[in-house]
Design a protein around this ligand. Structure first.
Ligand SMILES: *[C@@H]1O[C@H](CO)[C@@H](O)[C@H](O)[C@H]1NC(C)=O
Ligand SMILES: *[C@@H]1O[C@H](CO)[C@@H](O)[C@H](O)[C@H]1NC(C)=O
Length: 189
């Protein structure tokens, strides 16, 4: 009887695909988390022990390492790298592209992304669920939005390094790579 009740209850609970709303100003974990799925089990630091330094991340002052196969260097930052993001429902990334560098087609199942071009220009695009492609060269200072779950790609068509800053409305956007990406980029460009 209790089991049946529990199953019925589960069926009626509202399903929310978004990150949960915070119930306090912030929750800087007391210990450095090593895995996202362990975060919620780590107590928050006492506010009296939290300082401005907790809220500043220095790890994207320089770029990551370029992959020799794609000419792409991505540094993803979530609460594991930057613990103060814990419970805040967002994360971000820095990505650099060598001339001709490609961030091959992929999607984030749990987040919409905005990508601000901070250096150079980046040919960027996504494919909607009907197969229509939205792509153009995004210049320095411009921002493109990639709706949640839509396959997108970026490529540096310029002759100097390009850099973007990407923001995600999830602490854990997820990354699903599309196989056979070289062919897909070739077809789109
Ligand atoms: C603040 O941090 C210190 C050192 O880690 C610790 O001993 C102390 O218990 C903390 N204070 C609170 C209120 O949690
Ligand atoms: C880049 O490579 C160096 C040497 O292998 C490594 O120490 C460093 O952590 C890497 N940087 C990133 C952002 O992955």
């Amino acid at each position: 009887m209790i089991t049946i009740f529990a199953i019925l209850l589960l069926g009626f609970l509202p399903f929310t695909p978004a990150d949960p709303d915070p119930v306090q100003d912030f929750c800087v974990p007391e210990a450095t988390p090593v895995q996202l799925n362990r975060l919620r089990s780590i107590p928050c630091k006492s506010p009296s022990n939290v300082t401005a330094d907790d809220f500043v991340f220095s790890g994207i002052q320089s770029r990551g390492n370029f992959s020799s196969s794609t000419g792409f260097a991505g540094v993803a930052v979530n609460p594991v790298q930057f613990p103060a993001l814990n419970t805040l429902g967002m994360s971000f990334a820095r990505a650099d592209f060598e001339p001709g560098g490609v961030n091959p087609p992929h999607y984030h199942p749990r987040a919409t992304e905005t990508a601000l071009v901070v250096e150079g220009s980046v040919y960027s695009g996504f494919v909607d669920s009907t197969g229509r492609v939205y792509a153009k060269v995004v210049e320095k200072g411009e921002v493109m939005v990639f709706p949640r779950g839509m396959v997108h790609f970026q490529m540096n068509g310029g002759d100097s390094v390009a850099t973007i800053f990407g923001s995600f409305n999830s602490e854990n956007p997820g990354l699903v790579k599309i196989p056979g990406t070289g062919a897909v980029v070739g077809a789109l460009v």
